[in-house]
Design a protein around this ligand. Sequence first.
Ligand code: URA
Length: 245
Amino acid sequence: MKPLTPELRRQLAARVNFYRELGIYDLYRQGGRAETPADVLPVLGLPAAELESIRRDLGECTRCRLHQGRSNLVFGDGNPRADLMFVGEGPGADEDAQGLPFVGRAGQLLNNMISAMGLRREDVYIANVVKCRPPANRTPEKDECDTCSPFLMRQIAAVQPRAIVALGATAARTLLGISDSLGALRNRSYDFTPPAYQGQPIKLFVTYHPAYLLRDPNQKKEAWKDLQQAMKYLGISLPQPMPTR
Ligand code: URA
């Protein structure tokens, strides 16, 4: 067993602080005594319990200015053990009123996209980058995304989906930490690992935001291509055409 040198002690403290900043306080040491910083791991419970604990940590959040205009914080919705997770930008008026993601017009379209994939809304998990409605549905500012996204990262780590579909540029940029245009981000997949995540990398696909597709329905066929890539990865076969006879 290695001695606990001042350098190792410093590295372990840095790792524990990193988890604390993410709001994770329950940690365990792999193999009894921590010999490297990587031996200190967060205690992750069952996905549903973990999601509840993340919701508790958010509390009546006032961490950024977006809380000022909110009626309800919109945490997330769906199957805590989903293979597929959708990540949107932030709540709109309907979501703010109901406290649930994607329940307005864009949500109707997202529901249709999910059924076109042969899935039900209850099969997937849906969350947003920011949990409070931006005033007049403006795009959330970078500092607002940075303040809220650690909670999204924890949601992803709790659900451990096999694939994520980022809906629109804000979700894709926040998750990938790059500021390219949506056009440049689409048409490929990414290996995504949230901070402090011990599992296999998650396949991330990028597509248009449903609100954008409502404004430009011509892009729906492009979005369908993106969803088909995710389906292929997940092994979801395309619905067979109805026999004509
Ligand atoms: N747009 C989003 O990005 N998220 C929602 O929950 C609703 C609309």
